[in-house]
Design a protein around this ligand. Sequence first.
Ligand SMILES: C[S@@+](CC[C@H](N)C(=O)[O-])C[C@H]1O[C@@H](n2cnc3c(N)ncnc32)[C@H](O)[C@@H]1O
Length: 257
Amino acid sequence: MAWSLGWKRWGFLQAVTSGSFFSSPWGHCPWRARGSFLDPEMRAFLEENTKVTSSGSLTPEIHLRLLTPKCKFWWERADLWPYGDPYWAIYWPGGQALSRYLLDNPDVVWGKSVLDLGSGCGATAIAAQMSGASRILANDIDPVAGMAITLNCELNHLSPFPILTKNILNLEQDQWDLVVLGDMLYDEALADSLHGWLKKCVHTFGTQVLIGDPGRSPCSGHSIWHELHKVAEYSLPEATRQQNNGLTTSAVWNFQP
Ligand SMILES: C[S@@+](CC[C@H](N)C(=O)[O-])C[C@H]1O[C@@H](n2cnc3c(N)ncnc32)[C@H](O)[C@@H]1O
């Protein structure tokens, strides 16, 4: 059957459903991420190969273009996909919890400068904008995520905020009132870099750091967890549970080094 050879073979999604999160057989292939996020060809490709959805997540008020079982590439051979692994095409449980928290607690973001690091589909940056942040930067190393965030801003009738598709973990730090990260603790080396970078943010600028994460392996033993304090926990909707190997909850954590 077509589906047994299709989308479910994609490393990242297979890894989620099997519990071995993010063990892509492609690894990280920067050369696959061609084009810029202003590229009209990329825009047309994303519009054709994603579906607008607002149901099945913790934030039905945010509309997003995502890969769903109604999309050709959900079932198609992974090597026919012309870009890098589309992490941006999933609305991850950590991002869902974080976005819900920002929407329900606008005082946390109102009038503040907010960096959404590892923005993916851009939902958390969008939630920050909806809750009145004064300045937003959505950052993701994947240029295709940049295009997805642009499309998702338009979809929600928001004025576009800046999007940066560079690895800022190696750059000099800017001052932010709030840094938010959804589902970024999935890789030991990345968790190490983030841990050091976030500590510096807090100690240098007094930045508040909120992390959305369901607390699953493989990084659940990472030292950053000793400095995370739970501020909210949400029961995940059925559709998200099904896509995430039966995971039932996701939480928001305050980073206090
Ligand atoms: C699991 S996805 C989470 C996306 C989104 N925050 C959410 O919760 O739906 C992780 C995202 O982090 C991005 N990423 C990985 N390393 C990064 C880095 N060093 N800087 C910025 N983004 C990064 C990936 O491209 C991917 O879009």
